[in-house]
Design a protein around this ligand. Sequence first.
Ligand code: HEM
Ligand code: NAG
Ligand code: NAG
Ligand code: NAG
Ligand code: NAG
Length: 324
Amino acid sequence: MSLLPLVLFLLLITMAVATPLRPGFYSETCPEAEVIARDVMKKAMVREPRSAASVMRFQFHDCFVNGCDASLLLDDTPTMLGEKLALSNINSLSSFEVFDEIKEALEEACPGTVSCADIIIMASRDAVSLSGGPKWEVKLGRQDSLTTSKEDSDNIMPSPRSNASFLIDLFAKFNLSVKDVVALSGSHSIGQGRCFSVMVRLYNQSGSGKPDPAIDPMYREKLNKLCPLGVDENVTVDLDATPKLFDNQYFKDLVAGRGFLNSDQTLFTYPETREYVWLFSEDEDEFFKAFAEGMVKMGDLRSGRAGEIRSNCRVANRKPVDNL
Ligand code: HEM
Ligand SMILES: *[C@@H]1O[C@H](CO)[C@@H](O)[C@H](O)[C@H]1NC(C)=O
Ligand SMILES: *[C@@H]1O[C@H](CO)[C@@H](O)[C@H](O)[C@H]1NC(C)=O
Ligand SMILES: *[C@@H]1O[C@H](CO)[C@@H](O)[C@H](O)[C@H]1NC(C)=O
Ligand SMILES: *[C@@H]1O[C@H](CO)[C@@H](O)[C@H](O)[C@H]1NC(C)=O
């Protein structure tokens, strides 16, 4: 039997894995790609202002789990439980339809060309810049995964109850620095979280039967009203005082003890992260610069597995078994 197909296949894999990401990756094959993606994002935000926050969160939840490969967008199949069911995502992620809409527009303009993984990266950038935040140049050329794994997501994604030292260690596994941890947490400058994510902190921090002492008393009173014991835990609360505007208010809130999640407030409690909270609360340009750098670094995470350009972000074109 000829080895040629195998050799060709290995070559393809190597190419897929080795293709470096770069700005303007689609400048020949789909020159309007970034304009089209931004346009759809803009329309989505007019329809539903929160979609900016919902969409930009996908970069984090996709890239941390086996690299930025749109594994997060795959629907479950009878044999594969997807990341959508993972604890950090279920009843929490929304705006999946925005990725469908961007994909549809791009398939119309340049069929089979732009990956869903790149769509996540472009849309996250656009969501931030359209919310008043920084704008950065994105590197493109990612491929889409053939698989998704609920279990991998559950093993990796941090709980809202995490403390700063845990987050520092976790981010370090992805070559992200202490400064990156703090800057990227600044994403919580926009959007909302559920009461579900804050109940322990409000009523039983570390099993004490008491609230987290780091919460400002006035803010705690407000949270107690929004999320009383027995509340429907799907009720949502703003993550900072200006939840539609991407700004450094989040860090000012942390300094005042008004961070929503334990993982937020702990950034000000810990000496290692506190200096960056101070810095970003006082200097929005420093925050914007660090945030953009962090997003680019996070966007560099790769799975090292062979991929494809999906034609529908919810389903793989090929079966993973085709790979063997
Ligand atoms: C540092 C560790 C992080 C933890 C523990 C964390 C956890 C959470 C939690 C628990 C929520 C609320 C979910 C809910 O209750 O339904 C949330 C919301 C959000 N997260 Fe994070 N997050 C982290 C980092 C990040 C990063 C790095 C990004 C993006 C770069 C991000 C973007 C967002 C956004 C935009 C929202 C609001 C989403 C919406 O309104 O739909 N988070 N996060
Ligand atoms: C931080 O979280 C980790 C992991 O949950 C835990 O082992 C550690 O004791 C916590 N540190 C502090 C100071 O609470
Ligand atoms: C982190 O950087 C090291 C050294 O440059 C590299 O070997 C490793 O693959 C990187 N890890 C990730 C998750 O990117
Ligand atoms: C608080 O947490 C502790 C330990 O996690 C648990 O044993 C206790 O039952 C909880 N109390 C309430 C009121 O939920
Ligand atoms: C939140 O809403 C989802 C979907 O409607 C539902 O399945 C879930 O049970 C709700 N969770 C809580 C804690 O009420």
